[in-house]
Ligand binder design. Structure first.
Ligand SMILES: Cc1cc2nc3c(=O)[nH]c(=O)nc-3n(C[C@H](O)[C@H](O)[C@H](O)COP(=O)(O)OP(=O)(O)OC[C@H]3O[C@@H](n4cnc5c(N)ncnc54)[C@H](O)[C@@H]3O)c2cc1C
Ligand SMILES: NC(=O)c1ccc[n+]([C@@H]2O[C@H](COP(=O)([O-])OP(=O)(O)OC[C@H]3O[C@@H](n4cnc5c(N)ncnc54)[C@H](O)[C@@H]3O)[C@@H](O)[C@H]2O)c1
Length: 474
């Protein structure tokens, strides 16, 4: 006979989104059931952020060996050891895993069920031998790699983020389809680890990003040897004796690209097929669950968050969603997702980070805006550490209000945080002009940008007259 559970909250999915809801609710003593049918920690820990950033860290070290000459050391071509690289990636995952484990969540008071969840009606869900009738359900079932419809792909071996980190060796020639964050981060990392890398993009690389800033990143990748074909259609894929052949077409005609391994980095599809959403009365289509700005589905007891919500797919967005639903479920307070609050970072080198509105979005929304640019070249830390090219670009509204910030350059991912905070708190550039930034740091780039915004004031006739008058007082 089925076990019937009646918690306050039932969370489906033990990735970044679901775990944040479960841990948050349990901290307030609220009964929670969490259902996960795969690995606790979801994509981020097992197949996404963590292994990809561990691979990028190894690639950075490889590049540092190559570039050591600039620092008065003997440069060399790094020698890889794939067994140890794989081992390190596994150890990084294993180090973090206890934080997301069934044991930890059980100790927090969460009942964890390791089964597939499926709705049976508008109030009930089945998972293994349990029926769960919760007051509220949170769908946090994440996403999977989208597989494009390309002739021959089904018969050709390919990698996705779910299999990439299991590779037995660094590929000789890796072909990456898709120049979004996954494609470009992995392209540069494998190039640095010694692979030849070709990226094929149907539209334009990093399409959502500011054109000026992304150009800095794309130039750097090309300079390191990543070959990027944009606006290129792939007609077919076939496997060859030692790899794959892609029949493509770009503006100048058709071309065949041969490589040894193929990585698909062509976006994500929400995981909701297994949920039987129709039984729960949740409106959806194949691509997404219909939700409001409060993340509630068409069934008022149910929310969809994280990658399953189909918006910005980041671990920190999942955490933000978790807070918004907890605010509604636990405290009955209204909450609304503000997408401009969610910063993003592509962890290429140089990094590309953004918070708030881009210049284009701000012009569409507010008409006239000011743009302040500050180049990395004038910063002492950049010179000391030999950090290369970079630029900060700020989009400023009336009375100095910060509407958006973009950074392409070393440390962009760390630096963007303060700008995200400033935008969320509606600060003006005055705060950055007047605060004291430590020397020598990259943060001084932001202060310099703020000073340059206000510098026309030094030439203002009234200000100069006021200073002249004040001088008379001794
Ligand atoms: C290669 C790569 C690199 C990335 N790097 C970054 C990064 O650097 N920074 C960043 O912020 N984001 C990054 N992301 C995105 C980030 O990984 C996701 O946004 C995040 O993991 C989403 O979390 P989630 O909880 O919504 O989904 P998931 O982590 O996918 O978790 C969903 C869980 O639900 C479970 N599930 C699904 N259906 C059911 C069911 N019916 N019953 C029970 N369980 C079910 C799944 O098994 C899964 O564990 C990266 C993604 C990829 C692919
Ligand atoms: N640093 C980070 O925060 C980080 C890193 C990796 C991934 N992510 C998240 O993971 C999600 C997935 O990333 P992604 O890069 O896979 O997706 P994406 O949607 O950002 O990029 C996919 C790219 O593939 C291209 N494409 C799709 N089909 C194609 C085809 N048939 N031929 C050629 N090109 C094709 C698209 O035009 C697009 O540019 C993103 O939403 C991102 O937010 C975040």
């Amino acid at each position: 006979m089925a076990r019937i559970l009646k918690p306050d909250i039932c969370v489906i999915g033990g990735g970044a989104a679901g775990l944040s809801v479960a841990a948050g609710a349990a901290a307030f003593g609220v009964p929670v059931v969490l259902i996960e049918h795969g690995k606790m920690g979801g994509d981020c820990l097992n197949y996404g952020c963590v292994p990809s950033k561990a691979l990028i860290a190894a690639a950075k070290h490889a590049q540092a060996i190559r570039k050591a000459g600039a620092f008065g050391l003997v440069a060399a071509e790094p020698v890889g050891d794939n067994e140890r690289l794989k081992d390190r990636i596994s150890r990084v995952i294993a180090d973090i895993a206890p934080h997301d484990s069934v044991e930890r969540f059980t100790s927090l008071g969460v009942e964890v069920i390791t089964e597939t969840a499926r709705f049976v009606d508008e109030r009930t869900l089945a998972a293994g031998d349990c029926l769960v009738r919760a007051r509220r359900f949170v769908i946090a079932t994440g996403s999977s790699p989208a597989i494009p419809a390309i002739a021959g792909l089904a018969e050709t071996p390919f990698l996705t983020n779910e299999t990439l980190f299991e590779l037995e060796q660094v590929p000789r020639h890796l072909i990456v389809i898709g120049a979004g964050p996954v494609g470009l981060e992995m392209a540069q990392a494998y190039c640095r680890l010694g692979a030849r890398v070709t990226v094929i993009e149907g539209a334009t690389a990093l399409a959502k990003e500011d054109p000026e800033l992304k150009a800095i990143v794309l130039d750097a990748l090309r300079a390191e040897g990543v070959v990027l074909h944009q606006r290129t259609t792939i007609h077919s894929v076939t496997s060859s004796e030692d790899g794959v052949i892609l029949r493509c077409e770009d503006q100048s005609g058709s071309l065949d690209i041969k490589g040894n391994h193929l990585l698909l980095a062509t976006g994500r599809t929400a995981n909701h097929d297994s949920l039987n959403l129709a039984a729960a009365g949740i409106r959806h289509d194949a691509a997404r669950i219909e939700i409001g700005a409060n993340l509630r589905t068409s069934n008022p007891r149910m929310y969809a968050i994280g990658d399953a919500a189909g918006g910005q797919q980041f671990t920190h967005a999942a955490g933000y969603h978790a807070r918004l639903v907890l605010q509604q479920i636990l405290f009955r307070l209204p909450a609304r997702e503000i997408r401009a609050m969610i910063p993003r970072v592509t962890f290429t080198d140089p990094e590309l980070a953004h918070a708030g509105l881009t210049e284009e979005e701000a012009r569409e929304k507010s008409g006239s805006v000011d743009v302040v640019r500050c180049d990395y070249s004038a910063n002492d830390r950049v010179r000391i550490d030999g950090l290369g090219c970079g630029q900060m670009k700020l989009v400023i509204g009336r009375r100095g209000r910060i509407l958006g910030a973009g950074i392409a350059g070393a440390g962009a991912g760390e630096m963007i945080d303060i700008w995200a905070l400033a935008i969320a708190n509606r600060l003006t550039l005055k705060s950055f002009r007047d605060h004291v930034a430590p020397y020598p740091t990259l943060s001084e780039i932001g202060k310099q940008a703020a000073i340059s915004y206000y510098s026309p004031m030094a030439r203002n006739r009234f200000v100069r007259t006021a200073i002249r008058i004040l001088r008379r007082f001794g």
